[in-house]
Design a protein around this ligand. Sequence first.
Ligand SMILES: Nc1ncnc2c1ncn2[C@@H]1O[C@H](COP(=O)(O)OP(=O)(O)OP(=O)(O)O)[C@@H](O)[C@H]1O
Length: 387
Amino acid sequence: MIQIESVTKRYPDGTTAVDGLSLEIPDGSITVLVGPSGCGKTTTLRMINRMVEQTSGRILLDGADIREQPVSTLRRSMGYVIQNAGLFPHRTIVDNIATVPRMLGWDRRRARERARELMERVGLDGALARRYPYQLSGGQQQRVGVARALAADPPVLLMDEPFSAVDPIVRKSLQAELLRIQEELGKTIVFVTHDIDEAIRIGDMVAVLRTGGKLAQFAPPDELLSSPADAFVEDFLGTDRGIRRLSFFGSDGLELTTQPVLPAGADAAQAARAAASGAPYVLLTDAEGRPRGWAEAKGGPAGGEPELLPTGRPFVAGRESLRDALDCAVLSPTGWAVAVDDQGKVVGVVSQEAIGAAIRSAHAARQDGDGAGGADRADATRAGAVT
Ligand SMILES: Nc1ncnc2c1ncn2[C@@H]1O[C@H](COP(=O)(O)OP(=O)(O)OP(=O)(O)O)[C@@H](O)[C@H]1O
C-alpha cells in the first residue's frame, strides 16, 4: 500500500502545488488522480517516485518511508508511463521495451524475449519489434510505453496522462487494454488524468483534487457519481451523473420475456401466441436464433413475410450494464431492447418500462447497502461495459 500522509509541496517560487494531501492507495487496484489543470496531479505522482521531493509530510510504501531507500531501488519497483510514451527514438521497439531489464543486467537475449512477450501482452503485433518509434501510430507508441514500464515486473505502475495524446477511439481501446492487463497482473496503479470519464471508467478509487492541490473527494467512482462531496465535485463530474452511474449496475436482474420472440420456422399457432403476448411488436429470429427484426403484432407476422423494423444493437444479458440495456431500448424503434447471449442468440426482450423498474429496484438495493456494488462494477468493467 502507498500511504500519502499530510504531504505538501511548495516549489521554490512559492507555488503550493499540493497542500496537506492524505491518501491511502490500495494494493492491486487502480487509483486515479483527477482534477483541473494545475491542481497538483503530476506533482503528487512524481513525489511517489521521488522525481519531486515533498516539502513536508511522509509517503510510505508498504509501511516504510520512501526516503529510507535509495532512489534507484525505489524507482525499480515503480514503472513509469508518460504522455506521448517518451520512447527512445533511436532504439527499436523491442530494445525500448528491454531497456530496464538490460539496466538490471539481463543478457540481451533474455531481455528481448521478455520484450516480445510484453508486446503480445499489450496487444502489439510482433512484426513491429524491429521498427523505430516514429514508424508507429500514437496508440501503438503508448502500448510500447506501457510494455516498457512493465518490463521489470514492478509491483507499482505510475501513469501520467498516458492516453491523452491519442484520439478518443484509440483511447478507449487503450483503456480497455489496461483493464485487461490489470485483470491479469493486479498491479498497484496510480493514474493521472484530467478526464473525469476516463477516471470513472478505469478507477477502482478516484481522488478528485481541486486547484491548490487539496483533496476534494476520494471515493469509488460509483459513490462519486451518486454522492459528490460538494458543488466543485458535482460540477467537475458534469451532467448525466444518473445515467452514467447505471454503468455500475449489472443487467442480470432484468426480467426478460421470450413471449414476443418468434423463432424461424415457427408455425401459425406459435405466431398467433407471440402476436397475442401483449407486446406491440414480435421479434423474429433466424435459424441460428439471432435477431432478424421486429414485426407489428397487430395483423400478425403469420401471413407471408411481414415488413421488419431493425432491431438495433442488442445487449449481452448479464454481461453488459443497465446503462447498455437502457441505451438499446431507447434506440430501438419499438422501445424494446433485445437481449442476447455471448454467441449473439436471442435470450429475451425487455421493455423500457421494465428497465425503468429494474433501475428503481437496483437503486433501492444499493441504498439499503446490500454490498453488491463492488461486484457489479467489477463485473461490468470486466465486460468492458463501463462507458
Ligand atoms: N517546477 C515547478 N516550479 C514551480 N511551479 C511548478 C513547478 N511544477 C509545477 N508547478 C506548479 O504547480 C502547480 C501544480 O502543477 P502540476 O503539474 O502538478 O499540476 P497538474 O494537475 O498535473 O496539471 P496538468 O493537468 O495541467 O498537467 C501548477 O500551478 C504548476 O504551475
